[in-house]
Ligand binder design. Structure first.
Ligand code: HEC
Length: 146
């Protein structure tokens, strides 16, 4: 009996490897324009989930990582997609900039689980300051245009 259960679980596990998972990258319509420093930090630490330029690592092809990753990318793009940044209104950009500052201050982004595998995505306090200053400038620009 026990053997049968284990056997079934193994078969299921193998079948799960073939789950159709969306690993596509939609086209980049209006990628963020920012100075090189800011851009390279965001690319390194955020773009895998917040752009249409996701680099899908090998482990993304194995269950259960495949499910988590696809879910993070889908949700991440929904919240914030740097590939569409330049079509956002100034007010929307300012709101997103505020969200970015908040997430960085709370140390919620990049997602902890992601940094376990992607050690290079962890930001130094200096890099966090660079991104925060960039985001604050966007907020200021909007406030002064009102
Ligand atoms: C592994 C994927 C992943 C990475 C890498 C990542 N994020 Fe996210 N991000 C998510 C997901 C999933 C959500 C939506 C769920 C949530 O808020 O936790 C999100 C939400 C957000 C939000 C919206 C939060 C809100 O609710 O207002 C902001 C802003 C954000 N991320 C900024 C960043 C920044 C900046 C980086 C890089 C420093 C980053 N993220 C890296 C997955 C990721």
């Amino acid at each position: 009996m026990k053997k049968k259960v284990i056997y079934s679980l193994c078969v299921l596990f193998i079948l799960f490897q073939f789950l159709p998972i969306n690993r596509t990258n939609p086209s980049v319509e209006a990628d963020l324009i920012a100075n090189e420093k800011v851009k390279s930090i965001l690319k390194r630490s955020c773009y895998d989930c917040h752009s249409n330029e996701t680099r899908y690592p090998l482990y993304s092809y194995t269950f259960p990582a495949s499910i988590f990753l696809a879910h993070h990318v889908e949700e991440g793009r929904e919240e914030l997609n740097f590939s569409n940044w330049e079509i956002l209104s100034e007010s929307k950009k300012a709101t997103k900039a505020g969200d970015i500052i908040e997430e960085l201050e709370k140390k919620e982004m990049p997602l902890f689980s992601y940094t376990l595998v992607h050690r290079d995505a962890i930001l130094s306090s200096e890099e966090i300051e660079i991104i925060k200053n960039w985001a604050k400038a966007i907020q200021k620009k909007y406030e002064s245009s009102e």
